[in-house]
Design a protein around this ligand. Structure first.
Ligand SMILES: Cc1cc2nc3c(=O)[nH]c(=O)nc-3n(C[C@H](O)[C@H](O)[C@H](O)COP(=O)(O)OP(=O)(O)OC[C@H]3O[C@@H](n4cnc5c(N)ncnc54)[C@H](O)[C@@H]3O)c2cc1C
Ligand code: SF4
Length: 455
């Protein structure tokens, strides 16, 4: 057995199977019973979509999982996903009053338990609402698109999702690795949205296969763009085009495609015994580093130009990466990727904090050996739709500009946008929060449009 010398963690234990098994029924009810049902619940304020947290916990404490699930469904179309990947420690759980006493309620795990129990037992089934309000096209099936689609269907709209990939789900399916979020869970939640009457058309690239104008010509009253941030930010240093430089999002997508047998295992971008260096320290970097370990890399090092206190990854993600054997190097700014054709290493300059607390280079350069370099320094939107549609303005960085009334409408009448394509790479729940407001904005717009048409 290969034991990591730093952590005593057995590498063979690493697999792509979902790590956290969640609560048993007994554990979930015992945890729910700890909740104080506070008159002014801080947890609810900490939830971006204002889930009725105390109410669903109380229902669960009484053993009424169906009622708990129905309460969650009032605010969320993706409870099993949120229960797994939301940054609860920074949101509802972080705000729970019981943190002051002992330990906060594990709200995420309770939400996950309720959603999983409901799905396994088939307790609560959404009923389609007759589609009479109008017709809306949703481009992109990530959390933003799925939420807009689900909310509009519940309001009585006919909704069609157009997704460029072979399968719906966006980052939930092609980004977040299986060991954190099972693909079956994503598929299950999408199926529930389809059960609301939403139609999903995959393998359609809007901007190439059809345009926004075609969609209007097909009779859609409004169009929502939730296309996320598909393009990786490039680590713009010498050697960036060498063989062996693999963008983190590309790696994660390839691994999903290999594991779902859409492409051959031989295409795996990382070989057993590769020395891998990941640049960046957000959640994407942690996912890439932990994935590289699972693919058999002999050593994985995360390099970050700032300090450990400034990482953007969730503390729990970084902790998991450390336990699994990922090494970290702080205050190290990459300056060149080394190699003739193939990567052989990374040169970096040590950084220090000056007397004003600012980061500065020390002039001391070092080299770390590497077979693969994985930049994970952010993403930005592609321009495929805005470049083929007149009248949609974007910011200097390519993010779509939207307005407050009707909420989320772009500079083109009837075209709305939300999620990462507007707000920069953020979180699943923030994309959902926006999408909920957007669904209301779209409904308001279509209602006004129909009234004017009838006049
Ligand atoms: C690796 C990774 C890990 C992450 N981990 C977490 C986490 O643990 N917790 C968390 O809360 N957040 C996490 N995030 C962030 C979160 O996933 C995103 O903020 C969220 O998915 C954004 O949702 P979205 O719907 O705006 O975009 P996406 O999820 O990016 O969905 C956009 C969809 O649009 C489709 N599309 C794009 N262009 C077109 C087109 N022209 N025509 C048709 N379809 C198109 C894409 O194929 C995609 O399916 C992570 C992100 C990444 C990349
Ligand atoms: S703050 Fe904590 S204890 Fe109070 S209602 Fe919310 S989960 Fe329960």
């Amino acid at each position: 057995m290969l034991i990591d010398k730093h952590t005593n963690f057995a590498r063979e234990k690493l697999s792509f199977n979902e790590i956290d098994e969640g609560f048993t029924t007994k554990e979930a009810i015992a945890e729910a019973k700890r909740c104080l049902n506070c008159p002014k619940p801080l947890c609810r304020g900490g939830c971006p979509i204002e889930n009725e947290i105390p109410n669903f916990i109380q229902a669960l404490a009484k053993g009424n999982v169906g009622e708990a699930s129905a309460i969650i469904a009032q605010r969320s179309n993706l409870p099993a996903v949120c229960g797994r990947v939301c940054p609860h420690e920074k949101q509802c759980e972080g705000a729970c009053i019981l943190n002051k006493k002992n330990r906060g309620i594990q709200i995420g795990k309770l939400e996950r338990f309720i959603a999983d129990f409901d799905a396994e037992m088939g307790i609560e089934r959404p009923k389609p609402v007759p589609s009479v309000q109008g017709k809306v096209a949703v481009i992109g099936s990530g959390p933003a698109g799925l939420t807009v689609a689900g909310d509009l269907a519940k309001l009585g709209f006919q909704v069609v999702i157009f997704e460029s990939q072979a399968e719906a789900g966006g980052v939930l399916l092609y980004g977040i690795p299986e060991f954190r979020l099972s693909k079956e869970v994503v598929r299950r939640e999408i199926k529930r949205i389809e059960d609301l009457g939403v139609e999903v058309k995959t393998g359609v690239v809007v901007g190439t296969d059809m345009t926004v104008d075609h969609l209007f010509a097909d009779g859609f009253d409004a169009i929502f763009i939730g296309t996320g941030t598909a393009l990786p930010r490039i680590l713009d240093i010498p050697g960036k085009d060498l063989i062996g430089v693999i963008q983190a999002t590309y790696l994660l997508r390839m691994v999903t495609l290999i594991r779902t047998e859409k492409i051959d295992r031989k295409e795996t971008p990382i070989n057993t015994r590769d020395k891998v260096v990941v640049v960046g320290a957000g959640n994407v970097a942690m996912d890439a580093a932990r994935t590289a370990l699972r693919l058999g890399a002999s050593k994985v090092t995360v390099i970050y130009r700032r300090t450990e206190e400034e990482v953007t990854a969730l503390p729990s993600e970084m902790e998991a990466a450390k336990v699994e054997g990922v090494e970290f190097q702080w205050l190290s700014n990459p300056t060149a990727i080394l190699g003739a054709e193939q990567v052989t290493g990374l040169e970096y300059e040590l950084q220090e904090i000056d007397e004003n607390g600012k980061l500065r280079g020390t002039g001391v350069k070092k080299i770390i050996e590497a077979d693969k370099i994985i930049p994970a320094i952010g993403q930005r939107p592609a321009a495929r739709i805005v470049s083929t549609t007149e009248g949609i303005e974007v910011s200097d960085n390519g993010y779509v500009i939207t307005r407050e009334r009707p909420y989320g409408m772009t500079t083109r009448k009837g075209v709305f946008a939300g999620g990462d394509v507007v707000h920069q790479p953020a979180t699943v729940v923030l994309a959902m929060k926006e999408a909920k407001k957007l669904a209301a904005g779209i409904a308001q717009y279509v209602e006004a449009k129909k009234l004017l048409e009838n006049c």
